[in-house]
Design a protein around this ligand. Sequence first.
Ligand code: GTP
Ligand code: MG
Length: 201
Amino acid sequence: MQIKSAEFVMSNSDVAKCPKDRLPEYAFIGRSNVGKSSLINMLMQRKSLAKTSGRPGKTQLINHFIINKQWYLVDLPGYGYARVSKKAKKTFQKFITQYFEKRQQLVLAFVLVDCRHEPQPIDLEFMQYLGENQIPFSIVFTKADKLKPKALERNIKAYEQKMLESWEIMPPYFITSSSSAMGRDELLQYIDQINTDLPSI
Ligand code: GTP
Ligand code: MG
């Protein structure tokens, strides 16, 4: 897919105020600092369309971007960041769960996981939650540039094995790096294919 345009539309903490049109929408979710906003910038080939930071907790709202005037990308706050106050965490969790449970336009969630780490309970639980709510998802391994090919392969295999303990099949997954643009074509191609197959609404 060629990216002809990518524009920021709005930020808010209330799913009821998200864009009202019926364009298909893809959300990026995962732990704080996993690289959600960086991945969006890499996919769109824009340096600072989505705000990134070395400090976790940068994205704090539901952010809509419209792509090629045809579909939305949604940048969400990360979960599992210990240093955010308990109150802030509850507020986040509330609007994130409301987003996932109420947003009818949501076609698929990309759950980002850092390829360097072992499967983390919080990510596995989140995928379980998506499954229970019948929300389709794919896994995006981030920061692949930080591992040597052998270690990368080993970690992905281990992740797959862990997933197969609770899922019948491994969901579709992508191995990406926002610094080298690895995985960009595959991910965009995947979205394009889903958009093409969607019944028009
Ligand atoms: P929150 O908004 O806080 O939840 O974080 P986020 O998931 O949006 O992460 P963000 O994109 O802000 O990136 C966090 C840090 O990881 C930044 O310092 C990025 O430069 C770095 N980073 C993100 N993706 C990659 C990657 O693929 N490779 C490398 N080497 N660094 C990355
Ligand atoms: Mg972010």
